[in-house]
Design a protein around this ligand. Structure first.
Ligand code: TYD
Length: 221
């Protein structure tokens, strides 16, 4: 069956506020009566959640390529078991991270370069079709702001293996994202995530409204 839903991915460096914004997106979609699912990577289905715990465990040391392959394996399972069925049922899929996370974190952060794209093109190819998002909403923050937010929120959110990387890693990740927004310009919308939560959400809402309703609805509030 052809894809008929809409695939929207939230992307951004650690501490860009994706989780908070996804909560707001869910509330908005419910209010508008949109049939949606909200999910995340790595994870979202049992095998992928298990892979997630291996990848993010601070006690597990592994090569960059191993890490890349594990993310790609988790991605494929999640795509086949959760994302594609929802798209085929005509739903909106809101996903916390997807292929652009690997291209930035493993491609640039781990400096694995083009191998990451090759591996991931295989991972997102199902029955001869590559599943790219309709839109990546990229929440842009500097590593300084992002890491500071993470450490401030330490009580609510566990620090994972990637958070512990040195600042240069996070700087490369963000540079990577900025390059990707140019390389894949048609797939991305960049949002300044250093703004207040309300302003960030106002920007996101505008993009989603345009995407789902063709910008027909006007907001007079
Ligand atoms: P998570 O706790 O979900 O972080 P966040 O709330 O920032 O999304 O952990 C996911 C971590 O995995 C995060 O540091 C980004 C990283 N990651 C990659 O390095 N490559 C990938 O392909 C994906 C999906 C995530």
């Amino acid at each position: 069956m052809e894809q008929s839903g809409t695939f929207i991915v939230l992307e951004g460096p650690d501490g860009s506020g994706k989780t908070t914004q996804i909560g707001k997106i869910e509330a908005y979609l419910r209010e508008r009566g949109v049939d949606y699912i909200s999910t995340r990577e790595p994870g979202g289905v049992q095998v992928a959640e298990k892979i997630r715990s291996v990848i993010l465990d601070v006690d597990n040391d592994m090569s960059g390529l191993t890490e890349c392959l594990l993310y790609a394996a988790a991605r494929r399972e999640h795509l086949i078991r959760k994302v594609i069925p929802a798209l085929e049922a005509g739903k909106v899929v809101i996903c916390d991270r997807y292929i652009m996370s690997s291209l930035s974190y493993q491609g640039y952060g781990r400096e694995l370069g083009g191998a990451v794209l090759d591996i991931n093109k295989r991972a997102i190819n199902v029955n001869g079709k590559e599943y790219w998002p309709d839109r990546n909403l990229y929440l842009d923050v500097t590593p300084e702001v992002g890491l500071q937010r993470i450490h401030a929120k330490h009580a609510q959110r566990e620090i994972n293996r990637l958070d512990l990387e040195e600042e240069d890693f996070h700087r490369r990740v963000r540079e990577g994202y900025l390059n990707l927004t140019r390389e894949y310009a048609g797939q991305f919308v960049t949002i300044d995530a250093s703004q207040s939560e309300e302003h960030v959400f106002a920007d996101i809402k505008e993009v989603i409204e345009n995407l789902l309703f063709g910008g027909a609805e006007q907001d007079f509030s």
